[in-house]
Design a protein around this ligand. Sequence first.
Ligand code: NAD
Length: 442
Amino acid sequence: MDYVNDIGYRKETLKKLLYNIQKSEDLIIQALYDDFKKPAFEAVITETNYVISELKDTIKNIKKWAKPKRVFPSLVNFPSTDYIYKEPYGNVLVIAPWNYPFQLALCPLISAIAAGNKVTLKPSELTPHTSAIIAEIIEKTFHINHVEVVEGGIDISNKLLAQRWDYIFFTGSVTVGKIVAKAAAENLTPVTLELGGKNPCIIDETANLKLAAKRIVWGKFINAGQTCIAPDYILIQKNMKINFIKFLMEEIINAYTKNTEKSPDFARIINTKNWLRLVSMIESEKVIFGGQSDVNELYIAPTLIEEPSLESAVMKEEIFGPILPILMYETEEDIKNIITRYEKPLAFYIFSENKSFTKKIIQTYSFGGGCINDTIVHFSNKRLPFGGVGHSGIGAYHGQLSFDTFSHHKGVVKKANWLDIPMRYAPYKDKLASIKRVLDWL
Ligand code: NAD
């Protein structure tokens, strides 16, 4: 089968994938629950429905996205018609993380196939139930020479990385991102690296504090804080801190009750290693809310920490769990001193009604993407690029940009033969003055 050129075939397989995912939706939701008690509501909005919507959008637009695009020609080439052709890279490797294990495996895969590539997918070994159902759905949908799932951990990942690929799409930690980049460099393989970082969340004195607290609690504690774009720490204007903390506590209780451990809406930590890492972050800090944990349940309560030292573990690395440090600032210099301690973050949030302040902040700091007066929702707009900058990643995707990510863009000039302007050909003799005049005019 000619996967590369047959857009009809690509579309048919994507339709089949859509059918198989929709048919297995309950099993996928169950697998996500079995892996780390992801609540069904969160499983639908952030995983199954997200993938289904991406699939429908891709199926609807695949012909348009794949079509050679005519661009305005350069007058120096007159007469010509110029095109950008979208060419599949060939063999694509997708390596996925565990925190949104269905969505972050399937979304790049869908676009890679739409763009005409063959795909090898390695889902995370930390979510075995979800990885198994992904493997089952893929096996049912695609020919093995077209799409293959290879399950396994670091060994398998390294074996795959040792092979030569035409494109590698990696989602995961900065540390492993560097390993992927090094492996890719061996063969000059292009990469997308979707990584992480410490995402600041600034709240100034003009912010609607109650609404900010509600939106931050949702964006921080969804998936038990194990979200690459979750707000990592709060930077709040000094005079607003006490009220804001009160609202934060109220909103946590509103969402998960006082007994969060019993709430069906709060996920668990992925494994003991991460549980230990997170619990050790809390131990020596001033916990003003939460802090309870249970290793047998891999549970950590939504936890607020007040004014941790910038040298503490919780402020040194990406938290990636349900712990929210709250720091205060008095001047813009204070904000700068904290934010610039870290590499460029994947996400950035500002809660403020002050237009000039938000504009200044957006323009001053470099970050992957973000929101004004909300958290994490920039992820849901397919027309916005999603990706990091600097250490938070290379490249971006979502919507048509995903299709373009997996396509080499080939520029082609089609020259007409009815006219051949002699100016550029040797012998150049006394043509220099005339060519300068023409180039100036163009
Ligand atoms: P991870 O880097 O540990 O693992 C990601 C993948 O790499 C897994 O499939 C794993 O098997 C493989 N892997 C792990 N160690 C490896 C090694 N030494 N050599 C080769 N392969 C290896 O990341 P994770 O714990 O699964 O996910 C959490 C991280 O991912 C966080 O830092 C988070 O911010 C980031 N993340 C980023 C995004 C994004 O879209 N930018 C999305 C989700 C998660």
